[in-house]
Ligand binder design. Structure first.
Ligand code: GLN
Length: 539
């Protein structure tokens, strides 16, 4: 029988429920349990695909093409197992299902209400994961903070599940904050006491408290929390601020969070998590032999979460190369304002980020022009690849008016354009080219050598494509088309032969990078940056 663990948050948001859930799952997975993690998001959008990145950061795309919350990225990075649409459910999706059923007449004339209809649908979505695959444990992270109006139906669903399954099959962890008042030089427990009470009002007694703190919790403080919050002493777990999110599984192991969970769920604790590959990654991460500076050119730079998976992919590929990758965030609009050389000349590599719309595109193209001519390693992702094609078409192939029709709808040389199936699209939600597609690699190219394979599968999220009408002209001018979709013949990777490293990919490699399996293209890019630095220092 599948066991359920819920992770709710108290006191404030942004305490890292995703990281705690992923760390716990990692420890359970190392103990040979089959685990998955799900995120319930209390907002009314059906999925985060239509959200501006400034709202909730990056939209993470799963293999099956679901546009999801960025926490699913953490789940995959920690567990090395793919997630799917079922791992992320929003209030919008729940209501959409219930309302569609009501329109079909499925409720047989009954009044459709939050309880039981919405809560039933929430419970169905939680249990669906274990119906599709036989998981030992499903961890469900409830977005938001206890006390929020929007989270109430989720807490009610959790209360019902605990009543039906019993506490030994359905556990509630509250992640909470124990703030430090520097004037009083004291850690305070009151906000946590209130969060626990708020959860009690919804009919749920927290089983385990995970306490985010900047300072160690003393024995007395833990005893106080245990007494006032009605949990046993060993179930007060300290989660002290860590240097990197990848330390958290080890911190939780030391605090025995996994043991507490398994004991309460009446599950075996015989195998101990070894985390050999994880520890090796951490050692390399913390002991780099070198450092490179890589520019990240985007337009959502004010919010680093907008490029979450790219930052993480640099952490993984940097550690693999035993090199600290210092990512320098550069706004493409700053480049548009002039002084491209000033901003880029001291970098050892430049990554041009994904994005949508016209804003900042010319700055990206200018940056690519500079690094192409200066021989600085370049990696373009999605819009970054499209900009590289436009730059090459304008300045090397000399195609008049070369542009993407996303930016300029009427142009003589639409080198990036909408395919016919996208031209028909009217609704915006969930209609891009999404999810995994195959890509065949050309022998001897940078991409093929990096992957060490002939065919790969990578995740997509875009509407526009390389326009094959210009394939011949661009190839003739020297653009190498190193990766193509074997079924549709769409161009997926472009590169240059007479450049140290110039690669643009239509897909999102960052989504598949994990500490234990860094993405080969990021590994190759960081290597190229290291070589560029070494060569230039010599000169
Ligand atoms: N805006 C471009 C498109 O839709 C690129 C998308 C992206 O970078 N994810 O094709």
């Amino acid at each position: 029988m599948t066991k359920y663990i819920f992770v709710a948050g108290g006191v404030t948001s942004s305490l890292g429920k995703g990281i705690i859930s992923a760390s716990l799952a990692k420890l359970l997975q190392e103990r040979r349990y089959k685990v998955t993690i799900q995120k319930l998001d209390p907002y009314i959008n059906v999925d985060p695909g239509t959200l501006n990145p400034y709202e909730h950061g990056e939209c993470y795309v799963t293999e099956d093409g679901a546009e999801t919350d960025l926490d699913l990225g953490h789940y995959e990075r920690f567990l090395n197992t793919p997630t799917s649409q079922n791992n992320n459910v929003t209030t919008g999706r729940i209501y959409q299902t219930v309302i569609n059923k009501e329109r079909e007449g499925a409720y047989l004339g009954k009044t459709v209400q939050v309880i039981p209809h919405i809560t039933d649908e929430i419970k169905r979505r939680i249990q669906l994961l274990a119906e599709k695959e036989d998981f030992d444990i499903v961890i469900t992270e409830i977005g938001g903070t206890v006390g929020d109006i929007e989270s109430l139906p989720y807490l009610e669903a959790l209360r019902q599940m605990r009543r039906d399954l019993g506490p030994e099959n359905c556990l509630c962890i509250l992640l909470t904050l124990v703030p430090y008042l520097s004037a009083a030089k004291e850690l305070k427990t009151k906000p946590t006491q209130h969060a626990v009470k708020q959860l009690l009002q919804a009919g749920i007694q927290a089983d385990i408290l995970v306490c985010r703190t900047e300072h160690q919790l003393t024995k007395e403080l833990k005893q106080k929390l245990a007494l006032f919050c009605n949990v046993d002493y060993k179930s007060v777990i300290e989660a002290i601020d860590a240097d990197t999110i990848y330390d958290v599984p080890l911190l939780m192991l030391r605090q025995k969070l996994d043991v507490r969970v398994l004991k309460k769920l009446k599950m075996k604790t015989s195998t101990t998590p070894e985390l050999i590959a994880w520890k090796e990654f951490l050692w390399k991460l913390k002991n780099p032999a070198e450092e490179v500076k890589i520019g990240l050119i985007g337009k959502y730079n004010e919010l680093p979460d907008a490029y979450k998976s790219i930052y993480e992919a640099f952490v993984h590929s940097g550690a693999y190369n035993e090199c600290n990758v210092k990512v320098v965030s550069i706004h493409s609009q700053v480049i548009e304002a002039g002084e491209v050389e000033e901003h880029l000349k001291d970098l050892h590599g430049v990554l041009v980020a994904p994005g949508f719309g016209e804003r900042g595109v010319e700055g990206k193209i200018e940056a690519i022009n500079f690094v192409r001519e200066a021989g600085i390693p370049f990696f373009g992702i999605c819009l970054g690849m499209q900009c590289a094609v436009v730059e090459f078409a304008r300045n090397v192939a000399r195609l008049k008016g070369a542009a993407s029709t996303e930016v300029k709808s009427r142009t003589q040389s639409p080198v990036i354009d909408l395919m016919n199936d996208q031209k028909k699209v009217k609704k915006m939600g969930g209609t891009m080219r999404l999810g995994s597609y195959k890509c065949k690699l050309e022998k001897g190219t940078i991409a093929q050598k990096a992957y060490g394979r002939q065919e790969v599968s990578e995740r997509h999220r875009h509407r526009y494509e390389f326009n094959n009408k210009f394939k011949k002209d661009l190839k003739k001018a020297g653009l190498v088309l190193s990766g193509t979709n074997p079924d549709t013949k769409l161009v997926e990777i472009v590169e240059l032969a007479d450049h140290p490293f110039f690669v643009g990919v239509q897909f999102h490699p960052e989504l598949r990078s994990t500490p234990e399996k860094p993405h080969p293209l990021f590994v190759a890019f960081v290597k190229a940056a290291m070589k560029y630095k070494a060569d230039n220092e010599k000169a």
